[in-house]
Design a binder for this molecule. Structure first.
Ligand code: SAM
Length: 282
């Protein structure tokens, strides 16, 4: 008989955040595939569970899938855990799950904690729709392009962020989405849990005064919460540029209009591309 693959959420800080069902599956497992065996061992020892562990992470997953699949085909119950939270959410999981499903092995979710749902549950923003970005791009240009697209979508946004990159993320937000309403949620479910709410500039100033470390999630409110100034219409952009062109060339007017309207030069350029003028964009 084929085995079963359980995909099991584990605590993101507080070890009590684990379901009865997850504990039973861990206790009854033949093998636990763990992203971070040290961290999982600490969880297991807290609950007095002793089951063989196999490391399964972003670096070794391709090599580990055949060994885990062999166990499953022999009838083993395998539980997959990440270092914290829900596997598959910015953590390893999809490769093994897809392979198991392809081979007809039942894949069973054991839902529970995730920094994503924990952050959403206490941000206090009404976000019927949201985009989850995982970690923001490291490169400034890519990050700002993405944030700009997200701002224009009108939806709320949830981002995971590494503590050493939080200042860069807030600086990018301050540049392309300065009016954003942001909740920075830190060390959720842990002793130093903290939620700071403000504009990107206010949060950046607070971190400059009193630097924070630890695990962090950023939640950015969408239009429903007034988290974005209403974007100017094409007509408004054209009118602004035409008025400015009475005293300067088109290139200068585009630059000035972008600053006046608080939108990127690229958007102004697109709105007035067909208007006659002397200057060209660089
Ligand atoms: N799979 C995990 C989950 O479901 O939450 C996420 C794993 S991802 C590699 C790690 C990121 O999740 C961290 O960099 C941070 O952004 C967020 N995170 C994890 N635990 C957190 C916590 N206790 N408080 C705030 N953010 C947390």
């Amino acid at each position: 008989m084929a085995g079963e693959l359980y995909v099991c959420a584990t605590p993101i800080g507080n070890l009590e955040d684990i379901t009865f069902r997850a504990l039973r599956a861990l206790r009854e497992a033949d093998l636990i595939a763990a992203e971070d065996t040290k961290r999982t061992r600490a969880l297991l020892s807290h609950y007095d569970i002793s089951v063989p562990l196999l490391s399964y992470n972003a670096h070794n997953r391709k090599q580990r899938v055949p060994a885990i699949m062999a166990k499953l085909k022999e009838g083993a119950k395998v539980v997959l855990v990440s270092d914290a939270g829900t596997p598959g959410i910015s953590d390893p999981g999809p490769l093994l799950v897809a392979e198991a499903r392809k081979e007809g092995i039942p894949v069973i979710p054991l839902p529970g904690p995730s920094a994503l749902s924990a952050a959403l549950s206490i941000c206090g923003f009404d976000m019927p729709q949201f985009t989850f970005t995982g970690f923001l791009p490291r490169r400034e240009g890519e990050r700002e392009k993405l944030l700009l697209e997200l701002r224009e979508s009108g939806r709320g946004v949830v981002c995971y962020e590494a503590p050493h990159r939080i200042e860069d993320a807030l600086a990018s937000l301050a540049k392309v989405w300065p009016e954003a309403k942001v909740a920075l949620m830190r060390e959720l479910t842990k002793i130093y849990e903290e939620v700071l709410v403000g504009s990107p500039a206010e949060l950046a100033a607070e971190l400059a005064r009193n630097p924070r470390r630890g695990e962090m999630v950023l939640v950015i409110a969408g239009d429903k919460e007034g988290g974005r100034e209403k974007a100017p219409s094409q007509d408004q952009i054209q009118e602004t540029v035409l008025a400015l062109m009475e005293r300067m060339d088109k290139k200068g007017a585009i630059k000035e209009a972008a600053a006046e309207l608080g939108i990127p030069k690229r958007l102004v350029y697109q709105a007035v591309i067909d208007l006659p003028g002397r200057g060209e964009m660089d």
